[in-house]
Design a protein around this ligand. Structure first.
Ligand code: PLP
Length: 355
């Protein structure tokens, strides 16, 4: 096995799922497992959530992701969250996925590919990205149903659920008003992780948690009741003593200050360890930290140690906590990004071990 791997704590995933379900007791969960379940492995995550948490619906972003779930035996409804493009209608239909419709062109293409197929319609209640304008919803629904398609639910997405409650309430009100103006009642949903934790939109028919299932706080601060699910570990492939002044890595951007020990770890930016961590990132080691020394390469990263270690030593590249240096959330903050980006950048070539 490759001497660097991810450990995914399925028990923690299950507890997060139960916690979120408890925040929306009257809603059904649509577990968001796009981008390979935020790097955690969509197939194993979906199976576990189905078997241990009673989840009966999933959501992905692309028909390729949906096809992967189908090939693994996930027969439950799978919602395609992105707005369907006519070019993708055939793929969505072939794998029995439920597309999100926001244009008539896509509706027509899907009706042709899957006559009578099930779809969902998304309303733009304020985010300005995808969705039917509230004032056009009634006409759009009539057109979609006129094509013989079955609208299974109508939904919207919040832009600032993690930071602005008043604006989120306003979006929710816009959405509900548009839905209530329709001639009949449809199942509705709106809440992502942040909204579920804030109790907004949790009284609707479904909720759509993503990041919180994986124990990552949607607001990048803290999330009581959630446990991070993922750890990343590595063993060194070489540990070498360098004399003072010796350079390390591409560009020789690091030079040993005295006699130093450098451990080479077998992962790099192609695995999702950002090159921006060159000379400024950390890994956890023996309860402390080892600093990244030199540039992060595509497949290798060098860290400085105060003493030699053997090749069976284990370094923690990502710790399942809110550690400022090695937790996904803390590292994302240090890099000026969000943990969503770091989690979804974890390469598929990293072995995943499920605990
Ligand atoms: N719903 C939609 C439409 C999304 O695009 C996403 C993720 O981006 C989610 C739900 C899940 O969001 P989160 O991971 O913040 O819970």
């Amino acid at each position: 096995m490759r001497p660097t791997w991810l450990e995914i704590d399925l028990g923690a995933l299950g507890r997060n799922c139960a916690h979120l379900a408890g925040r929306a007791p009257d809603a059904q969960l649509i577990a968001v497992v796009k981008a390979d379940a935020y790097g955690h492995g969509a197939v194993r995550v979906a199976r576990y959530l189905r078997e241990r948490c009673g989840v009966r619906r999933f959501a992905v972003a692309t028909s390729g992701e949906g096809a992967e779930l189908r090939a693994a035996g996930i027969a439950e409804p799978v919602l395609l969250l992105g707005a369907l493009h006519p070019d993708d209608a055939e793929g969505a239909a072939r794998h029995g996925l439920t597309p999100t419709l926001v244009t008539l062109a896509a509706a027509r293409a899907f009706a042709a590919a899957r006559p009578g197929g099930r779809v969902q319609v998304k309303v733009d209640s304020g985010m300005g990205r995808v969705g039917v304008a509230p004032a056009e919803l009634a006409g759009f629904m009539a057109a979609v149903e006129g094509l013989g398609l079955e609208v299974e639910a109508i939904y919207t997405h919040f832009a600032v659920a993690d930071e602005d409650e008043a604006e989120t309430r306003r979006q929710l009100a816009v959405f509900l008003e548009a839905a209530r103006a329709l001639p009949r009642r449809y199942p509705l949903h709106a809440a992502n992780s942040a909204a579920i934790l804030a109790g907004l939109g949790t009284g609707l028919d479904f909720v759509r948690p993503g990041v919180a299932l994986y124990g990552l706080p949607p607001d990048m601060k803290e999330a009581p009741g959630l446990e991070p699910v993922l750890a990343w570990k590595a063993r060194p492939t070489q540990v070498k003593r360098l004399p003072a002044g010796h350079g390390v890595g591409y560009g020789l951007s690091y030079r040993a200050g005295g006699e130093e020990w450098i451990a080479t770890l077998p992962f790099g930016y192609a695995d999702g360890f950002s090159r921006a961590l060159s000379n400024r990132g950390w890994v956890r080691w023996r309860g402390g930290y080892a600093p990244v020394a030199g540039r992060v390469s595509m497949d290798q990263t060098t860290v400085r140690l105060p003493e030699p270690v053997g090749l069976d030593e284990v370094f923690e590249v990502v710790t399942p906590d809110l550690d400022e240096r090695t937790g996904l959330t803390g590292r994302a903050r240090a890099l000026g990004t969000i943990h969503y980006e770091l989690a979804t950048a974890l390469s598929r070539r990293l072995p995943r071990i499920y605990l």
